[in-house]
Structure formats: C-alpha cells, structure tokens
Design a protein around this ligand. Structure first.
Ligand code: ADP
Ligand code: MG
Length: 218
C-alpha cells in the first residue's frame, strides 16, 4: 500500500538508513574530498549522521519535524567543516517547514526539501553549477516536485529525488569548482565528483530504498 504520510518512526528510520549508507561509503567520500579539499568529508558526514541516530533514539515524540530538527543539530554540533553547517541548515529549514504538521504528506515533504535547499543556497552563497551539494539538491527538489505533480506518493517522490540527485552528483565530475575549498585548486577536481553532492545522492537513495521497503511491508 502507498505510504501517504511520514510519522516519527518512518523519519527516524530514514535517518538511520542514511547513516548506514554514508558510513558504507565514508572512505570513498573522503577520497573524493582529498582530491581538491582536505579529505575529511566522509568522516564528517558519517560522524554527524551516527550522532543524529543516537540522539533520535533517545528523543521523545515530536514527529518527523523533531527528527529532522535533531538531525540538523547533530550536524551543527558534531562537524566543523562547511558541509556540517550547510547540512545542519538544510535539516533545520526542512524541520521548520514540517513543524506543527502531525502527518506530513508527500507535498509537505517536497516543500521541506525546497526550504532546506533554499537555505543552503542562501547560507553558502553558491548556486547549481558551482560543483557543490547544490548540484544534487536542486535537481532532487525538481525531480521530487515533478513526481508529486504526476500524482506519486512518498515512495515515488523519493525515488524520483534519488534518481535526480544521483544524476546531478555524477554531472559534477565535469564541472570546475566555484565554491568551497575545492575552488582553490580548480583543475585538480576535474573528472571527480563533488563529495557533498555524492553524499546527497547517497542519502536520497537510502531514503528511497527505505520508502520502497515500507510500501512493500504494508
Ligand atoms: P570542508 O570543505 O570544510 O572540509 P567538507 O569536506 O565536509 O567540509 O564538505 C565539503 C563539501 O561541502 C563540498 O563537497 C561541497 O559539496 C560542500 N560545500 C562547500 N562549500 C559550499 C557552499 N558554499 N555551498 C554549498 N555547498 C558547499
Ligand atoms: Mg573537507
């Protein structure tokens, strides 16, 4: 049966599955960051998501918004780098959009992704095309919106977001960096994907898998 709303438990499982997925790819993410950055991205993201999972486990019930808010806090407080602040802002803004909604549906979720992405753009002063996480986030929001318009529920929306995020992440290999540390070595990262965009693809893929599993179980 189609999953039409996201309760606290589903949101928590999304974070835990994202944490597991990123941990599995931690070394690859840090290697990508080492090409033109400082090589800490995989460790940063794995630590923040693991901390988010621990905090969510001990949290009382504040719905999906509470889970995303807690995740944002874990990014802000665990990770020093640029991506920690930016992912923290992403999850915080998404939580703001979901707050007060007892059972967020696919349209709330797409709106939350949009809010999160807009916050990242404002905070980091980067745009799609600059070889950053935005090159996966922006297409994911667009793909999710198109799936929503086509009448998809959460699983279909998340699958579309994941496909678009992965395409976006792959496309960063061909881009010269215009933001973040990598811009100081503009030629070095050509041919390599942006680590932050790759993390976004991994997170959305884990979420899509979680949603599809959830549908299959119902
Ligand atoms: P740091 O660069 O501080 O070491 P990380 O290595 O954890 O932080 O994260 C690097 C990633 O952060 C990049 O791959 C990119 O996706 C993202 N990033 C960096 N600066 C920006 C920015 N201004 N806007 C959006 N994303 C950014
Ligand atoms: Mg780094």
């Amino acid at each position: 049966m189609a999953v039409t709303s996201m309760d606290r438990s589903l949101a928590a499982r999304m974070i835990v599955s994202a944490s597991r997925r990123v941990a599995e790819h931690q070394d690859e993410l840090s290697r990508l960051d080492a090409v033109a950055g400082d090589g800490d991205h995989g460790v940063n993201m794995a630590e923040a998501l693991a901390e988010a999972g621990r905090r969510i486990g001990g949290q009382d019930d504040r719905g999906a918004a509470g889970v995303f808010r807690t995740t944002g806090g874990a990014f802000h407080e665990t990770v020093g780098g640029a991506a920690g602040a930016l992912f923290g802002a992403f999850f915080g803004a998404a939580a703001g959009r979901l707050s007060g909604i007892a059972e967020p549906d696919a349209s709330d979720f797409v709106a939350a992704l949009g809010k999160g992405t807009a916050r990242v753009m404002r905070l980091g002063r980067a745009e799609p095309g600059h070889k950053t996480m935005l090159d996966a986030l922006a297409p994911a929001v667009e793909g999710a919106g198109a799936a929503l318009e086509a009448g998809e529920a959460l699983a279909g929306v998340m699958s579309a977001a994941a496909r678009a995020a992965r395409r976006g992440a792959v496309s960063t290999a061909g881009m010269p960096p215009k933001a973040g540390r990598a811009r100081y070595a503009p030629d070095r990262s050509l041919g390599y994907q942006d680590p932050g965009a790759t993390t976004v693809a991994l997170i959305f893929e884990a979420w899509a898998d979680e949603m599809n599993r959830e549908e299959a179980d119902r």
